[in-house]
Design a protein around this ligand. Structure first.
Ligand code: SAM
Length: 198
């Protein structure tokens, strides 16, 4: 069996896609309203990267509906296959966010919904640095992670997840040159952070 780079999501991809990643189910899915509000604040034609996109439902679809030019990075081959079926014209790189060169281009926005806390602490810090480098001045980063420092087993994969907590995220973001703008919770109780590169 080939090595897994998706923190366990490749093994549950079919289940995940059936539960969240199919069109009839996604309109009001958890987090959709938050991502939509964030996306609609960009000017039409802005470029946004969805990291850990899964099958692109609902996040990439919401970004496109807001008139944004989208790209994606995703490590699970099955999620990438579903993404390509959903969005044949959207560039997606099958890679880890840690190893990705993020298309070697700048972005106006980066979205990481349900991703960061799947990574080990050093990898989370690395991704924050990479996002900071990839963002244009004035660019924005939206990511979800619990407010408190916390470790738990992912409900779908049974693999360890860890939030570094708001204080550590705020420090890592500041050290990377990003400014914390806002934090809140979506309707499903997912904590999220809105960040800007000033
Ligand atoms: C909880 S799902 C969230 C998917 C999507 N963002 C959403 O809102 O439905 C996490 C996704 O991140 C992907 N992933 C996990 N570790 C990754 C890594 N190191 N690099 C890229 N993608 C990764 C998984 O394969 C999975 O599709």
């Amino acid at each position: 069996m080939s090595e897994d780079h998706s923190n366990g999501y490749e093994a549950v991809a079919n289940l995940y896609i059936a539960g969240r990643g199919t069109r009839p189910l996604v309109g009001d899915s958890v987090g959709a309203a938050t991502v939509r509000a964030w996306a609609q604040a960009f000017p039409s034609g802005a470029t946004v990267l969805d990291i850990g996109s899964g099958p692109g439902e609902p996040s990439t679809r919401i970004l496109r509906e807001a008139g944004l030019v989208t790209y994606a990075v995703e490590a699970s081959p099955s999620m990438v296959a579903a993404f390509r079926k959903n969005f044949p014209d959207v560039p997606i790189e099958q890679n880890t966010v840690e190893a990705s060169e993020f298309f070697n281009r700048p972005f106006d926005g980066v979205l990481a919904w349900g991703l960061l806390f799947l990574l080990k602490p050093e990898a989370q810090a690395l991704v924050i640095e990479k996002v900071a480098r990839a963002l244009n001045p004035g660019g924005r980063f939206l990511f979800s992670a619990p407010k408190e420092p916390l470790e738990w087993l992912d409900g779908m994969t049974d693999q360890p997840s860890r939030s570094l907590g708001a204080q550590t995220y705020e420090r890592l973001l500041r050290e990377a040159g990003l400014t914390w703008v806002n934090e809140a919770e979506d309707e499903g109780g997912n904590h999220y952070y809105v960040v800007e590169k000033r």
